[in-house]
Design a protein. Structure first.
Lengths: 249, 261
């Protein structure tokens, strides 16, 4: 933590050439060979991406059948099959297809999530990557971000805003599964449904978890596209250096 | 080479192919790139619109297998003794919420004198039942939560004969897998035997203390407190005990069969 704080101060103080040089120094050959994202994290990340796609898409279609709020999701951006074709084949708007997806996708989401959580807790990766989050750290990073001075040179270190967002989205992941179970089994798992203030309460939580995921995804995908090295690191495990060190080429 | 029949629309001499042959590698690589890009964007587009991925045979066989797996998991989660919570009379919704696969004006009238419950399958005494005979059976009342697959719910009060008692009375084979129902409007449904024998599963004749309205299942409907609403068919005309999967109206439209709650 102290190191990244020092780095930030240095970055503010140095000229752009010096900053370039510093960046190349900080990426030592040893560090470059180290995998930023372990294989399990990369695999579970992409499986989770597919599972989220299935769950959100089919969830929207299920929502449409009895909207909790006065709007519906356009069927074309939902998962459950083409409306017209579903009517021709099944005399159904596609709710049947959406239910199939949702109750199949939940296994992918939960089993994959369990592997991810088990790995991260067992190896201490969560504590290493996501803690500590401090208010001063948060304010400092937000300030840097607003002045476009937030450092991304070392992808293996998350800034405080990232940490908070990842902790938040992981919490939502737990909540969405629990509220989903509460909706699925309000009689067998009545105590869980009670925790969410009843069946409709669980529906609200389930919906707002989805909303949280969508908002997170917008930021997450946008930032990944802005710093494409992060996408590379999530596929190969390594990130190409932020600034190609000229003197070494 | 294909022999070409002379035609006034075709030039006599074919186009010179030398340039194409010289640059075949380049052209192919461009095509391959375009093909890859095209496939990727097409794939992304299909996923985005969700269009017909769902209705593909291969997808359906996977999704159906998953649904069957979920039936087994839910049968395992189901407890034959755990009761759905009961609520005070003040919470009961009157009248309840109407729901069918057609509009309210389409609900069929039933002549109670002519109505009969037909019995079929693994049942000892298959004589059909008249309504007054069903009314003569012991009744229980439950005030439980009705949960619809769509997401809405309400608390209702249903009175009727426990299905278990009725199955015993007609000499049904309780080791059979399924109890199936057929309705006057063409609706149908089926439940597992364990759920059929649950204390809160009943052949309902009254709602909120009054004789069932036709909109809500007159003369008899099934009420399963441990399953989603669509698993409780209304205006029943026939019942079957069987080992071969009877399916059901929404189940045939790919809703999960067990649908326990």
């Amino acid at each position: 933590m102290r190191r990244s704080g020092m780095e930030r101060t240095n970055l503010l103080l140095t000229t752009s050439e010096e900053r370039l040089a510093m960046a190349s120094v900080s990426i030592a050959p040893v560090q470059r060979q180290k995998k930023i994202q372990p294989l399990i994290v990369r695999i579970t990340h992409w499986i989770n991406a597919v599972a989220m796609f299935i769950m959100i898409g089919s969830g929207w279609r299920i929502f449409n059948d009895s909207p909790l709020f006065p709007f519906i999701f356009h069927p074309d951006i939902t998962l459950g099959g083409d409306v017209q074709l579903s009517f021709e084949k099944w005399q159904d708007s596609g709710m049947g297809g959406a239910l199939q997806w949702h109750f199949a996708g939940m296994w992918l989401l939960v089993l994959n999530g369990l592997v991810y959580f088990a790995y991260n807790f067992a190896t201490g990766r969560f504590r290493m990557k996501l803690l500590p989050v401090t208010l001063t750290g948060l304010l400092g990073d937000i300030g840097d971000a607003l002045r476009f001075k937030l450092a991304h040179d070392d992808l293996s270190v998350y800034n405080h805003v990232q940490k908070l967002l990842y902790i938040g989205v992981l919490t939502l992941g737990v909540l969405v599964v629990l509220s989903g179970l509460a909706i699925w089994k309000p009689v067998q798992l009545w105590w869980l449904t009670d925790l969410f203030y009843g069946f409709q309460g669980a529906r609200w939580v389930h919906f707002f978890c989805m909303t949280g995921f969508v908002l997170f995804l917008i930021v997450h995908v946008a930032l990944a596209v802005l710093v494409p090295r992060t996408i590379v690191s999530m596929i190969t495990g390594n990130a190409p250096p932020a600034h190609a060190p000229k003197e070494r080429e | 080479m294909r022999s070409v029949t002379p035609s006034p629309f075709r030039p006599a001499k074919s186009v010179d192919q030398t340039i194409l042959k010289e640059n075949r590698k380049l052209v192919e690589s461009i095509e391959r790139r375009a093909f890859l890009r095209g496939t990727l964007s097409l794939g992304a587009l299909t996923m985005l619109t969700g269009c017909d991925v769902t209705n593909k045979d291969a997808t359906q066989s996977v999704l159906r297998a998953m649904s069957a797996w979920n039936d087994r998991v839910q049968a395992f989660l189901f407890s034959p003794t755990r009761l759905a919570r009961e609520y005070p009379a003040s919470k009961v919704m009157r009248p309840p919420r109407f729901n069918a696969f057609y509009g309210r004006e389409m609900v069929k009238d039933v002549d109670p004198a002519a109505w009969k419950l037909e019995l079929a399958g693994m049942i000892g005494d298959k004589r059909p039942w008249a309504l007054r005979d069903i009314h003569a059976l012991p009744e229980v009342t439950q005030r439980t939560r009705h949960v619809c697959v769509e997401g809405w719910d309400y608390i209702g009060e249903w009175t009727g004969v426990p299905l278990k008692l009725f199955l015993e009375r007609v000499g049904a084979d309780m080791t059979a897998k399924y109890v199936g129902f057929k309705c006057i409007d063409g609706y149908s449904g089926s439940i597992d035997m364990a759920s059929a024998l649950h204390p809160q599963t009943q052949l309902t004749t009254k709602y909120g203390g009054d004789v069932l309205h036709k909109d809500f299942g007159f003369p008899i409907r099934l009420r399963v407190a441990t399953k989603l609403g669509f698993k409780s068919p209304k205006q029943i005309v026939a019942m079957e005990v069987t080992n071969s999967y009877p399916g059901g109206y929404w189940e045939n439209r790919r809703y999960n069969w067990f649908s326990g709650i």
